[in-house]
Write a protein that binds this ligand. Structure first.
Ligand code: UFG
Length: 342
């Protein structure tokens, strides 16, 4: 078994491509599997360009168990990081079965195949969405999960439980669930970044597209929340820092440093930033004015969530390093490169 080989499902996407880069730079070999349902080959090409490694890419749907099983026969990786999933919260409310079918089946296939083929380490992409509107902030990994308010959020909770139960039952498996806060930014090379299809649902892509003139005006959803400036508070984590947390999680299992066979870590900065603060920082560090207006609250938004990162800091030895200023400069540099703006 090649302990240094990692399968990255969904590796053509935003978080997957950045993680592939950091794995390679840390000395791992990577195989990317993706069905390109919400990404194109530019992410994979970007990974290859940044690292100078001709990373293998397999076009496969993780829901297709037979096709997926062949990949396990072809490559002797001992670790998988599972990113491949649908992630649009609103769409998941309108078409929950699409989310349950895809997000649960692909993950169950991975867990089954890892066990059947004698492979060990599974990292699952979870989300701070599992905390909902928490009673006490910041949230620790011990903070109770709240009932999910979308099928998307529910699949995150359900996959965490699948991993927990599978690891408990099958002694050869180990698992880590990483609960991401709000991933933003792009690789400093501007060769990979976030490229949402259609109208962006998330704040930073909407900001960069507005700055690029693709969107007319950013709507700030709500200025009457019980926060200092009335807008929501989030924990925005730089994508490269987030990617490095995956390397730390894989190393922990490969090197047998995990304390339990199933573990959960928050991956955030520990800092709460309001929507207005984010917009103003973006304007300042990129020296531009953003067209924005206050709009009604968006259904389903929590007022505030940010991470207690003590566990990741002490156990994973991982700390978010990149300041928000650099992250927002990188986000804009990426948007400019994609749109050919000088
Ligand atoms: N926001 C705006 N205008 C926009 C987009 C977002 O004001 O055009 C605000 C939101 O209201 C929120 C903040 O910016 O206060 C961040 O919104 P995002 O959509 O970027 O991120 P969320 O915190 O809503 O999303 C995160 C994760 C999802 C997860 C969700 C659960 O990205 O994976 O939390 O609510 F499902």
């Amino acid at each position: 078994m090649n302990k240094k080989l990692v399968l990255v499902s969904g590796g053509a996407g935003y978080i997957g491509s950045h993680t592939a880069v950091e794995l390679i730079e840390a000395g791992y070999q990577v195989v990317i599997a993706d069905n390109l349902s919400n990404a194109d080959m530019s992410g994979v090409e970007g990974v290859r360009a940044i690292t100078g490694v001709d990373v293998p890419f397999i076009n496969v749907d993780c829901c297709d168990k037979e096709a997926f099983a062949r990949l396990f026969d072809q490559y002797d990786f001992d670790s998988v990081i599972h990113f491949a999933a649908f992630k649009a919260v609103g769409e998941s409310v309108e078409d929950p079965m699409k989310y349950y079918r895809n997000n649960l089946l692909s993950f169950m296939n991975i867990v089954d195949l890892m066990r059947q083929k004698g492979r060990s380490n599974i990292v699952f992409s979870s989300s701070a969405t599992v905390y909902g509107e928490a009673d006490i902030l910041p949230v620790t990994e011990a903070t109770p999960r709240k009932p999910a308010t979308s099928a998307y959020g529910n699949t995150k909770q359900m996959c965490e439980d699948i991993l927990r139960d599978a690891v408990a039952a099958y002694p050869t498996l180990k698992g880590i669930a990483l609960r991401y806060f709000n991933p933003i930014g792009a690789h400093p090379s501007a060769l990979i970044g976030e490229l949402p299809r259609g109208v962006p649902q998330n704040l930073v892509p909407y900001i960069t597209q507005t700055a690029a003139g693709i969107r007319e005006c950013l709507s700030v959803f709500g200025d009457d929340y019980p926060t200092e400036d009335g807008s929501c508070l989030r924990d925005y984590i730089d994508i490269v820092d987030l990617a490095k947390a995956h390397v730390a999680a894989i190393s922990r299992m490969v090197d047998n440093k995990n304390k339990e066979r199933y573990e959960i870590f928050n991956v955030g900065t520990g800092r709460a930033v309001s929507v207005f603060e984010l917009v103003k920082t973006f304007e300042r560090v990129n020296n531009l004015k953003l067209n924005y207006k206050v709009a009604p609250r968006r259904a389903g938004d929590v007022v505030a969530v940010w991470a207690d990162t003590t566990l990741a800091n002490t156990e994973l030895g991982w700390v978010a390093e990149r300041p928000l200023e650099k992250t927002l400069q990188a986000a804009w540099a990426w948007e400019k490169r994609v749109r050919n703006i000088k």
